[in-house]
Design a protein around this ligand. Structure first.
Ligand SMILES: Cc1cc2nc3c(=O)[nH]c(=O)nc-3n(C[C@H](O)[C@H](O)[C@H](O)COP(=O)(O)O)c2cc1C
Length: 240
């Protein structure tokens, strides 16, 4: 089996080297697509001003440096809706199923680009932090009705080689035929593994187990994320 995918680590620092972004855009379009509606749009960010504005929304150090290609993946049923006759019932292009289809297509395309980039020796990281202010993203990218900015992705030539982050014990995540039984002992062992990983991260060392990470998440400042439902409705999605 191809083990490239097992080498994955998110890369957040890049060398000032140009990459073949057109090849990555082609890969995005080759991705599987829900009902073949191709309900996503991919926007490459090239102006420093726009990149700076997105960096401010994201708050991510990744965007504070100028290297790497930044793409925004947008859920898009607007393109399909333009093909419908005036007065059509748009239900199947605006309901939860349509939104999910767009979210699947956008996410899978982004992941396909990342995996393909990694196989070519590049690296990158997905940026959900663009959702810190979806309305501002909509305004900045001049997104029309029936679209939504779902996910960012930055790709470039890696300028760092981080260690792999240890994943949950397989028995907690993978099962046969039914949901796996909770296993507190396995989870406790994983807490120790995660704590050792974070403690050993050199400059970025910190104290955290997986359990404490989850518990901190409860109190996370989610900025504008509770507005996502309302913004989706303003964008024309009918999510009851
Ligand atoms: C949907 C999604 C959104 C993410 N958003 C961010 C982000 O905004 N900033 C960031 O630094 N990493 C982001 N990541 C990367 C995760 O932090 C990373 O995948 C996780 O910590 C595991 O580390 P690894 O990818 O190196 O294995 C995101 C990952 C996913 C799947």
């Amino acid at each position: 089996m191809d083990t490239h995918a097992l080498q994955h680590r998110s890369i957040r620092r890049f060398k000032p080297v140009a990459i073949d972004y057109r090849a990555l855009e082609t890969v995005a379009q080759a991705t599987s697509s829900s009902e073949f509606l191709q309900s996503f749009t991919m926007i490459r960010v090239t102006t420093p001003r726009l990149r700076a504005a997105i960096a401010a929304i994201s708050g991510s150090q990744v965007l504070a440096q100028p290297n790497g290609e930044l793409f925004i993946f947008v859920v898009d049923t607007a393109r399909a809706i333009r093909l419908t006759a005036a007065g059509s019932d748009l239900h199947t292009l605006t309901n939860w199923n349509a939104f999910l289809a767009g979210a699947f297509d956008a996410t899978l395309a982004a992941q396909n680009v990342l995996v393909s980039a990694e196989r070519a020796g590049l690296g990158g990281v997905l940026l959900g932090s663009i959702l810190n202010d979806p309305q501002q993203m909509i305004d900045l990218l001049r997104l029309p009705r029936y679209t939504f900015p779902l996910l960012g992705l930055i790709v470039g030539v890696p300028a760092e080689a981080p260690a792999a982050k240890p994943r949950l014990p397989q028995s907690l995540v993978v099962s046969e035929n039914a949901y796996p039984a909770p296993d507190d002992a396995a989870m406790a062992r994983y807490d120790d593994v995660v704590a050792a990983y974070y403690a050993g991260r050199g400059d970025a060392a910190r104290q955290s187990s997986f359990t404490s990470l989850v518990q901190r998440h409860l109190g996370a400042d989610q900025k504008h994320r509770d507005e996502i439902g309302q913004i989706l409705r303003q964008q024309g999605f009918v999510l009851d």
